[in-house]
Design a protein around this ligand. Structure first.
Ligand SMILES: NC(=O)c1ccc[n+]([C@@H]2O[C@H](COP(=O)([O-])OP(=O)(O)OC[C@H]3O[C@@H](n4cnc5c(N)ncnc54)[C@H](OP(=O)(O)O)[C@@H]3O)[C@@H](O)[C@H]2O)c1
Length: 303
């Protein structure tokens, strides 16, 4: 008999789908998925949802912008896990509406859609996506419901190729990045983050607050080495500049109205300076989870 009914929002997304699979591995969990109506008719999204339903998940139609659907969705639920992604109407208004419905239905705990570097240590106004999450979390915190912030650093598998961080010029044989290439930051694969999130969601011994895990600490230089191992190519390392140069570059982007570039630049700045580094890692709480490392990912790729 399941002792925890979990409502997950975002099961059609990258992280949510993985969390759903890991929640279904637990014997004491009944899983309900809040899914937007369009996903029911979308063959791609159905192909992700159908295996979850076959394994016992219940689908409920809903949208975080539709309060009535949130009331229905959270009825009889113990824990809400949100992996929503979107703008203010989803991340702030939608998550607060979800948490309000949850609190009024007696839900014990919510995991909001954080899953990042330590966004609570970001400077307000520097990283809009972190600002939205903090704003939502603060409002949720006032509702008297347990709130656990899963923090995992960067998604290791998304940065393992250097995408958005290291620029590889194959013709010139040069790899360029900000900083010295040796600054270390936290990273965890999407699937390992999902494993930890599924465990902590229903672990009554974990208190409200940050729950930080990291698959490993790595550097931009190690990413270049991993790409070299995977491709057999060699690259000369070139720094685009110091962290102070990066700060100046971000300011220029902001001034030019390039807010997305400025945000990604700020993300890298935080990785390099350690401003949003994770503290008090909780990996040991679940020693059976052995996080995948960059070396394992690149060995898999090379095989
Ligand atoms: N640490 C990192 O490096 C890193 C990297 C990427 C993401 N993240 C974080 O991980 C979390 C999940 O991101 P993701 O990439 O998995 O997101 P994603 O793939 O874009 O999925 C977003 C999910 O939100 C759902 N959604 C959006 N608007 C909704 C609404 N109004 N009502 C109900 N559901 C709605 C989507 O449903 P539909 O299918 O109906 O659109 C989808 O299932 C986010 O907090 C994100 O910031 C972290």
């Amino acid at each position: 008999m399941p002792s925890n009914t979990v409502l997950l929002t975002g099961a059609t997304g990258m992280l949510g789908a993985r969390i759903a699979h890991h929640l279904l591995e637990a014997e004491d969990v009944a899983l309900r998925l809040l899914v937007r109506s369009a996903a029911f008719a979308d063959p791609d999204k159905r192909s992700g949802l159908d295996p979850l339903v076959e394994r016992g998940a219940e689908l409920v139609e809903g949208d975080v912008t539709d309060a009535a659907s949130l009331d229905r969705g959270t009825d009889g639920v113990d824990v809400v896990v949100s992996t929503l992604q979107g703008g203010r109407e989803v991340v702030v208004d939608g998550q607060i509406a979800l948490a309000r419905a949850a609190a009024s239905n007696g839900v014990r705990r919510i995991l909001p859609s954080d899953f990042a570097l330590d966004l609570f240590k970001a400077s307000p106004g520097e990283h809009p996506a972190f600002d939205l999450r903090r704003e939502a979390d603060e409002a949720i915190g006032a509702l008297g419901i347990e709130q656990i912030h899963v923090l995992n650093g960067a998604f290791l598998d998304m940065i393992a190729t250097g995408a958005g961080i290291v620029e590889f010029d194959d013709e010139a044989g040069v790899a360029s990045f900000w900083g010295t290439g040796e600054e270390r930051f936290d990273a965890t694969t999407v699937d390992d983050t999902a494993r930890y999130a599924a465990r902590v969601a229903v672990d009554a011994s974990v208190p409200s607050g940050k729950f930080a895990v990291a698959g490993q600490q790595l550097s931009f230089g190690e990413i270049v080495s991993a790409v070299e191992r995977g491709t057999g190519r060699r690259y000369a390392r070139r720094s685009r500049g110091t962290t102070e140069d990066l700060r100046a570059w971000i300011a220029d982007q902001r001034e030019a109205g390039e807010t997305t570039a400025a945000m990604y630049g700020t993300y890298q700045l935080y990785m390099l300076t350690g401003q949003t580094a994770l503290d008090d890692l909780q990996n040991d709480r679940y020693p059976d989870i052995e996080p995948v490392t960059l070396a394992q990912l690149s060995a898999e790729k090379a095989a």
